[in-house]
Design a binder for this molecule. Sequence first.
Ligand SMILES: [Zn+2]
Length: 677
Amino acid sequence: MGEFKRTLITTALPYANGPIHIGHLAGVYVPADIYARYLRSKNEDVLLIGGSDEHGVPITLKARNEGIKPQDVVDRYHEMIKNSFKEFGISFDIYSRTSSKTHHETASEFFRKLYEEGKFIERTSEQYYDEENKQFLADRYIIGTCPRCGFERAYGDQCESCGTSLSPSELINPTSMISGNQPVLKETTHWYLPLNDYEPWLKEWILEGHKEWKSNVYGQCKSWLDSGLQPRAVTRDLEWGVPVPVEGVEGKVLYVWFDAPIGYISATKDLTPEWETYWKDPETRMLHFIGKDNIVFHCIIFPSMLKAEGTFNLPENVPANEFLNLEGCKISTSRNWAVWLHEYLEEFPGKEDVLKYVLTANAPETKDNDFMWKDFQARNNNELVAVLGNFVNRALVLTHKYYDGVVPDKGELSAYDKETLSSIQVIKAEVEKSFDNFRFREALKNSMDLARLGNKYLADEEPWKLIKTNPERVKTILNTSLQITANLTIILEPFLPYSMEKLRGFLNLEKLVWENLGSSEIVVAGHTINQPELLFEKIEDAVIEEQLQKLEKIKKANKASSAKAKPSKDSIEFDDFGKMDIRVGTILEAEKVPKTKKLLKLKIDTGIDKRIVVSGIAEYYDPKELIGKQVSILVNLEPKKLKGIESQGMILCAENADGTLSIVSPDQAVKNGSEVK
Ligand SMILES: [Zn+2]
């Protein structure tokens, strides 16, 4: 690794068609933020760059579905994403967006330079065109019958029923989603980046030159390079995006994968007039923090673009993470299977650091991992509360109790004190090594070792017992404990910024830097500390249960929305149907059957008589609301005893896909006793 004077950290641009979830956080933003905070603590020159990716077809589709403009969609989500990052404490130096003027200019210029230098190839192909709306159709704008499974609403790029990747020409009966007409094939010309030309260089640069990259990243690059690269279109026919800056070209924009990474450059431009130093000076180290789905774009395609342009630095490392799952299932925006950041911030106020901690302790650094609410609770209660919180609270509370909050003299250090204090240096060296290798889980675990050390030290020394027999010794023990506490505010600051700010407040200390870490003279004797509060609080079972129930509901809703109707039963004679005597009746009385969950006892006026019916709808209806309601009742069903009550008939219900029941009623009031036929 060369010597670098500064670091530029880019974070994958979240797509502005939905909010941020824990998968985004664990994969990209939490590790990038930790690393930026670490470098800042070392007084290094570092920029943390972020922004929203606001172009591409899914945004135009969403706008279309909602009957609004694409700009309205991105405005909504950009604001939402930006605010939740800010509240959560991701310390971006800038959070920009690709619909900005700077970005349009920067991306145009970039394209223009490559275009003029002949770095693209031009190709003409036939694509589907909607004659009524006079536009070419993106793959997602075409639906038709899947050639594999016969699903009738397969998209031009994929069948969501059987999962097969498709091209629009494979669809049977292709239809334009815009006009509903059958599209026609029409010739269109696009520009392509000939990635195959860059293959030998990429092999040299990555496979030979960057063997230190994480194995999951290196492995994916190798497999792409081994299977051979193809030219890739950099433009497409669409209205929404950065227009292709070539004369006489209309209705074409830069392909979103081409314009999005240029967004990092535009954002840096918006941040500082010295942006070129961060992008072009060889003494700047560029790092891309991304998720695994972005590896090919940041290790192969964007570097080829930068290489073609010729004046920019290439990434020094791309510490991509694998995926985080939620309770054993893949996180999915469309199925609402996620823990959403904006909801978390509302439901767990003041617990930003807890989520950061859990996502780091359990980060999917080398393989996919799972977020489990029970694990979230356990890590909070057993680690943050019981280890870190417990240690600092005892050190601070005892200092107040014995010395009115004034830091006592260090006195004579025992061998154990010296050993304990010198361990801080050992831990520091290990944490630095983990950071150098982008192993944030390990860095956090090693940092927490300092809190474990403090906890053990206090448990071994038992100052609360010694205070009666050897008060001088207690001064030394608490002085040592306060030094460890002060060191914790440095080592844990990248991971738990809000909590360490609080802890510095309790210690009455200004912000410390990495260089101070390892010192046993941070808090001096005679310094007064503030009254502490609890740093972390226990999370109760009920809170976790609520989150699990929320997910259970989503699971049920997803199941219901994808459920298919049962096939029809065998045919019957009309006479068979005629044997059933179904009438409309009105519910006169309703009450729960004691000691049951599901049963209601109903008194119904059937027009023929007034009778009792027991019905299994107690989970779906409040008895009070049922009184006066008209229902359909099968009156000639043989009576049956349920929980000791004779039920004379059955009221008709529709059973929804999720198992819930809904009473079938006439859509306007009719006379009781009216026949249903
Ligand atoms: Zn299919």
